[in-house]
Design a protein around this ligand. Structure first.
Ligand SMILES: Nc1ncnc2c1ncn2[C@@H]1O[C@H](COP(=O)(O)OP(=O)(O)OP(=O)(O)O)[C@@H](O)[C@H]1O
Length: 294
């Protein structure tokens, strides 16, 4: 690959394990549709979880203009976390099960259209956040959110329908918990089904957990879904997918820069990926900390 100084330097990182859509043609599509007068690029496949973090950090050291995550929200998290507070931008070719951040940023789901979006190379500065120091870009969560994140990772198949299957299987078994939450000094006690921390507005697949969240306002939305009767499930699902959760009396939302929370389990998810956590958590926003191509 010859490198001309006047061209932008890109690295595409493909996660072969994300989503269910075949990635066989991605390299050909990049070759065909990327604007070669504007970019020099390299493509690397990840070999294991977290590999994209190391590859992206190398990209920053090599002064790349952008690293493009080819995968879902877990891949976007791994690339994005390495680029926080750097001059290297994050790009996304959505190939995940949910693609929450890409959808929130209105990046096209169609690969050719997403490549054309990279060709335009418009940078937007967004906030990111941390939960006990672990970075997230879209959403993190506790309760049913986290439980499903763990069950999904153990399920062995990815994709929207696998996610729905896991959610339906687990819903009636799940027992809500008590949470003590402090949002910028204001205390809230809740018996909740789930608590989500949203930097962007949706989980993925157009499930709008935080319809009013803005990714560049310097605030995290804390979304509390209180225990609700089983007969309300269809209504809740309808509201989740039609951006109307804020109309439910079981849903509360608060916005803040620093959130402290005490809970009684040891699991959470960050950008859909399960993690083990302590009972005391601190969520902090990192305002204007990452450039994305969108
Ligand atoms: N080479 C690899 N082999 C196995 N797992 C990998 C590899 N590279 C990355 N991973 C892991 O794959 C997991 C899933 O990736 P990703 O989140 O991109 O897809 P997804 O879960 O299907 O989509 P979404 O997050 O949008 O629902 C991540 O935990 C990531 O660390």
């Amino acid at each position: 690959m010859s490198v001309s100084l006047s061209k932008y330097k890109l690295l595409f990182i493909i996660n072969p394990n994300s989503g269910v859509q075949s990635k066989d043609k991605v390299i050909q599509l990049i070759e065909k549709h990327l604007d070669h007068s504007k970019f020099n690029y390299q493509v690397i496949y990840t070999e294991h979880p977290k590999h994209a973090v190391t590859l992206s950090k190398d990209g920053v050291l090599n002064k790349l203009d952008a690293v493009i995550a080819v995968g879902g929200d877990g891949s976007v998290n791994e690339v994005g976390q390495a680029l926080i507070h750097t001059n290297t931008a994050l790009g996304i070719l959505p190939f995940g099960s949910g693609n929450g951040l890409a959808r929130s940023l209105k990046i096209p789901m169609d690969t050719v259209e997403a490549i054309k979006c990279i060709n335009r190379f418009k940078r937007k500065r967004i906030d990111t956040a941390t939960i006990n120091g672990e970075p997230f870009l879209g959403t993190a969560g506790l309760g049913f959110d986290a439980h499903v994140g763990w069950k999904f990772s153990e399920f062995g198949q990815r994709g929207f329908f696998s996610y729905m299957k896991v959610t339906a299987n687990e819903f009636y078994k799940f027992i809500p918990d008590r949470y003590t939450i402090e949002v910028d000094g204001k205390n809230i006690e809740s018996h909740a089904f789930l608590v989500s921390f949203a930097n962007s507005s949706q989980y993925g697949n157009n499930a709008w957990i935080a319809p009013s969240a803005e990714i560049d306002n310097g605030l995290i939305s804390v979304c509390v879904l209180e225990q609700f009767p089983a007969l309300m499930v269809p209504d809740m699902i309808f509201k989740l997918f039609s951006k109307q959760l804020e109309k439910s009396k079981y849903y509360k939302t608060y916005k803040g820069k620093e959130i402290k929370i005490k809970h009684h389990r040891d699991i959470a998810h960050i950008d859909g990926e399960p993690i083990k956590v302590k009972e005391d958590l601190v969520i902090k926003v990192l305002p204007s900390s990452l450039d994305v191509i969108c």
